[in-house]
Design a protein. Structure first.
Length: 473
């Protein structure tokens, strides 16, 4: 049992014990007050009949006849009292003043049923006659031998002062049991969570809470499912890190090996061939520098530190500058770039990163499109959903359908272009992360007549206010 269990148990038990005692005391006080308010005079129809009979007996038979009537009624539940002007009982019994006062009050107020009578006897004295309420302590027959209770008639006995000890004890036991169950109900899944977090901290991310908490349907079960989602993402990230380290080491090993070979040749070659070797060393250095730059960009994106993402970007001006540079390079290798731009809107984000993402896709299309063909760039605005659709289409070899879902993964190179590609398989992966950082998405599909189509969708802010920032070609 952990500390949380005892905290739950203690506070729940204290609350329930306090409530139990409070309710018990309130009921006790209420019962006392109700007992004090209850009539101590018998108001039943038999009592009314007995009073009328006694009144007739006293009027026509006198006090001796009434004594005989009272003696005959002693063994039974109804026991009649007759008090003279001095509140002395005809039979010499003690009577509570409170009982006398209540009898006089009923005599003055009760009109419908005469349960209290004042009758004048033949000897000139008047008698107040009434019957006390039965004492249930001894049952319907009253006390053994017809004797009344030892306390004075009309006064409540110890039973009316009874404190509800047994109900309170039962309620306390029930409260403790339910407090125990409730504390266990909350602390048990938290114990599973604690164990799962300890396992995760020790590197075991395979433990799942869904099987052990599937029977619950509360926030703790939701927390367990969220933990499973978290560990699944951590497993994916760790696996991608291991794969990234493996791929980076593989990509760096080749240019480093070529550099070492070139440096070795430079040491033994004559001066005429040295320039070719140095050119090879420079080319491999540039490749390594480009790879390191792409890895740094990827690292920033993976760490969610891409810089400011709040700058307004005039997307049509950016695309115009990009297409001018790409067209110049494409013309030099016998290829063309055709654009159909109509997107005078602004996109909120980082201009440098967004430029690099779109440029990666565009240069990739120029690289793989066939000689003499054209790379097309189209834009379309969705005014209702405030979305910009940018499409880049080439006439290259395309991508096998089974590889389509992998072209945006790290270090992936299609089997159709791997042999003649000088890239590292990072361009499209970086482009996807940059587009997603701008709340957009990117996807690719093969064209029906050959080639690849890459669609980029970005949310835009508003119409571009001006085009003064466009660089003239």
């Amino acid at each position: 049992m952990g500390r949380l269990f005892w905290k739950f148990f203690f506070f729940i038990a204290i609350a329930q014990i306090t409530a139990t005692f409070g309710v018990g005391v309130l009921f006790w006080v209420e019962n006392l007050e109700r007992s004090n308010r209850n009539s101590e005079i018998d108001l039943s129809p038999p009592a009314s009949f007995m009073i009328r009979s006694a009144a007739a007996t006293l009027q026509f038979g006198g006090t001796e006849a009434l004594r005989s009537l009272i003696n005959e009624g002693r063994p039974h539940r109804l026991q009649l009292y007759a008090l003279d002007e001095d509140n002395k009982d005809l039979m010499g019994r003690e009577v509570s003043p409170k009982l006398v006062e209540q009898a006089k009050h009923i005599l003055a107020t009760e009109r419908e049923r005469r349960v209290v009578e004042r009758v004048k006897a033949p000897n000139g004295h008047s008698y107040l006659m009434f019957i006390p309420a039965p004492n249930d302590e001894f049952g319907p027959g009253g006390p053994p031998g017809g004797a009344r209770e030892p306390h004075r008639i009309g006064e409540r006995g110890p039973k009316s002062m009874f404190f509800p000890t047994m109900p309170i004890v039962v309620a306390l036991l029930a409260s403790l049991v339910f407090a125990l169950l409730l504390a266990w109900y909350f602390s048990h899944p938290i114990g599973h969570l604690k164990n799962a977090f300890n396992q995760a901290a020790n590197g075991n991310l395979d433990l799942e809470l869904e099987p052990v908490m599937s029977a619950r349907n509360d926030e703790l079960a939701d927390l367990g499912r969220d933990f499973d989602v978290m560990t699944a993402k951590l497993r994916t990230l760790m696996e991608s890190q291991r794969r990234l380290l493996h791929d980076v080491s593989h990509e760096l090993r080749s240019p480093i090996a070529r550099l070492q070979v070139a440096i070795g040749l430079a040491r033994v070659q004559d001066k005429d061939k040295l320039d070719l070797t140095l050119e090879r060393i420079e080319r491999e250095s540039v490749r390594m520098d480009k790879l390191v730059g792409e890895l740094l960009t990827l690292s920033r994106l993976e760490a969610n530190v891409p810089g400011s993402m709040e700058e307004p970007i005039a997307i049509e001006a950016m695309l115009g500058d990009m297409i001018n540079d790409a067209s110049f390079e494409a013309e030099a290798i016998g290829k063309h770039v055709d654009d159909q731009l109509d997107c005078r809107v602004q996109v909120k984000g980082n201009p440098e990163l967004l430029y690099r993402a779109i440029e990666n896709v565009l240069r990739n299309a120029i690289k793989h499109t066939a000689p003499g063909t054209t790379v097309q760039i189209h834009t379309q605005l969705d005014e209702i959903n405030k979305l910009l659709h940018l499409s880049i289409l080439d006439r290259g070899p395309g991508v096998p359908e089974e590889e389509m879902n992998s072209i945006f993964e790290l270090f992936f190179r299609s089997s159709r272009t791997k042999s003649n590609s000088s890239g590292h398989g990072l361009g499209l992966s970086i482009a996807r992360r940059i587009v997603e950082a701008h709340q957009g998405f990117i996807q690719a599909a093969n064209r029906s007549n050959g080639g690849l189509r890459v669609d980029i969708t970005l949310p835009f802010m508003a119409d571009e206010p001006a085009r003064g920032d466009t660089v003239e070609s």
